[in-house]
Write a protein that binds this ligand. Structure first.
Ligand SMILES: C[S@@+](CC[C@H](N)C(=O)[O-])C[C@H]1O[C@@H](n2cnc3c(N)ncnc32)[C@H](O)[C@@H]1O
Length: 279
């Protein structure tokens, strides 16, 4: 059985993002003044105190080298690809398994889009309680949903989602917590969206899943994909793979990492795919 509950993973990611604010500007991958404010209880206390953040950063690098690096590099790639999709014309965003994702509240380009956050009811309720203390937004809707059982098309249609408009779907750090057959409906739904819609997803490579069996059990990782086959898997759902990046790409993509002491280790990869134009 997993030692880490899936709902707790949202807190861990938000903490890793909150630590980024202490990184000197020349090395920082993104500015995130929001993640720390979405945390409550002990994680919130840690996020609000610099010395506690520094201690947590050191502990994370010692106890789980690569976890922080993966979280922040992945965050930056997803940020970049969200901005690209919004610049390319996406006017709706659906964040599937949104957890404590701070993007809609910290990236200015999201303000012009209609945004839906989907997550399990408990996680979403805790986030909304924390959001009550932040400036109000009018473009973001919240739908409690279990993506393994709830039909996303019907749920969103009932809430005013326009299935004919180009959409950005963010599916970050969720797939590996679901068995592969339970991931498929989300991919199928994303592939059924309007042509030009994009899906940004993260996934665990099969090799990592197999080689790190103990971590897989501890973190409750339930599925993985072979990067060499990802394009075919996505094509089976009507999606064309555009890019797929991992740890080997980060130092070239982000010169800020040079000279920064951040352990990088192959864990998740990040991919972006597009709904092909119908012929
Ligand atoms: C590691 S967190 C990632 C959160 C967010 N995407 C991010 O990157 O900050 C995983 C999220 O997936 C959500 N999740 C897991 N299983 C889910 C399901 N069956 N339906 C909806 N959300 C789910 C969890 O509640 C949690 O918020």
């Amino acid at each position: 059985m997993a030692l880490v509950r899936v709902e707790t993973t949202a807190v861990a990611v938000a903490l890793m993002r909150a630590l980024e604010s202490d990184v000197p500007a020349g090395h920082r991958l993104f500015d995130d003044p929001v993640s720390g404010r979405l945390l409550t209880g002990l994680p919130g206390l840690v996020a609000r105190h610099r010395s506690a953040r520094v201690a947590l950063g050191r502990l994370a690098e010692t106890a789980m080298p690569g976890i922080r690096g993966t979280a922040v590099c992945r965050t930056r790639v997803v940020d970049d690809w969200c901005r690209d999709a919004l610049a390319a014309g996406a006017r709706q965003v659906v964040v599937v398994g949104a957890g404590l994702d701070s993007r809609p509240y910290r990236i200015a380009e999201f303000a012009a889009a209609r945004v839906w956050e989907l997550d399990l009811p408990g996680t979403q309720a805790r986030k909304r309680a924390a959001l009550a203390l932040l400036p109000a937004t009018t473009n973001i809707r919240y739908l409690p949903a279990d993506v393994t059982t709830d039909p996303l098309d019907a749920l969103l249609a009932a809430d005013g989602f326009d299935a004919s408009a180009p959409t950005l779907v963010v599916f970050e750090a969720v797939a590996q917590y679901l068995p592969a057959p339970a991931v498929a409906p989300t991919l199928e739904w994303a592939g059924s969206l309007a042509p030009g819609s994009r899906l940004v997803l993260t996934y665990l490579p099969e090799r990592v899943w197999r080689q790190r069996a103990r971590a897989s059990r501890r973190y409750g990782w339930l599925s993985a994909y072979d990067p060499a086959r990802l394009g075919a898997v996505l094509a089976g759902h009507g999606l064309t793979l555009l890019q797929d990046v991992g740890v080997e790409d980060y130092p070239d993509r982000y010169p800020q990492l040079r000279g920064r002491r951040l352990a990088l280790r192959e864990i998740e990869r990040v991919a972006v795919a597009e709904v092909a134009a119908s012929v």
